[in-house]
Design a binder for this molecule. Sequence first.
Ligand code: ATP
Length: 310
Amino acid sequence: MKKNQLAVQARHLSVRFGTFTAVDDISFAVRPGEIFGFLGANGAGKTTTIRVLCGLLIPSAGQAWVAGLDCQTQAADVKTKVGYMSQRFTLYSDLTVAENLAFTAALRKLDTRTLQRRTRELFDFIHFDYPQNSMVSDLPGGIKQQLALAAALLHDPPIIFLDEPTAGVAPAVRARFWSLIRQLARAGKTIFVTTHYLDEAENCRRIALMRDGQIIALDSPRRLKASAFPEPVLEIEPQPGTSREWLRKLKLDPRVARIQPHGRRYHVLVLNGPAWQGIARRLPKTLSLRRIQPSLEDVFIRLVEAEVSA
Ligand code: ATP
């Protein structure tokens, strides 16, 4: 990739399936080495966008470039620059680890020496120490996930698309996977990732929020929070067994914009800055209360879901 070249660029990209518009005139750019998050509800158009960027789907309108290559007219070259871990598990369960990697290498036209070298490097990277003749179906879920990542990295692409790579895996496994993602970014790889786990999205340098095929916000997690919540957010944690009278009163308080349950806690959005101390004073002393930074989940609820229900 040339110096200063954008890793990914989309300009007025649209994808229509018949009369349905899955991606609706989106434009954005991703810089090399960035971890770029794509968030949105199911069906928002994330996977469809990724398929265009990987040269797998021709857009109905607009243009996209990856590593400076046109995704439509230079799709074959684009495929050499991207690694793609799709939403469904991409390895063959009924083949061994070695057979899966050999198969991926053949698709990528890698010679045997490159396959062996990359296999060693990637096994080292993911700390894979199972025998290579293990059947993929016999590996634990988290290991399979990491192996699928290794397969997507086999041809050493500079840009990696990860479509819900941690869907359905345990939190400890997710944390390990994200540590690999951060290492890749530190090594200069560009990561384009979708996730439904908003805590994971905190790892992204920038996030695009997608709704109904459109990008409705795009910024760093910190700036998304600040612009979605210029007013204070309080977190209240009632002791188990506490009467809920305070909650009823709070819901009626005109200074309160919204109360959002988060497990046992509540996030309370206050309409203006100074009001929060007044609200705090009127709450029972048995409640634990503190002013917090909003989470990305709060941002998502406000920007993506609230507008849907409005
Ligand atoms: P998810 O989080 O569920 O993966 P997504 O944001 O990735 O959602 P897409 O898979 O891009 O969403 O789908 C966007 C919309 O386009 C959905 O309504 C989907 O049903 C529709 N869609 C996707 N592919 C096709 C297709 N080949 N033909 C018709 N409709 C499609």
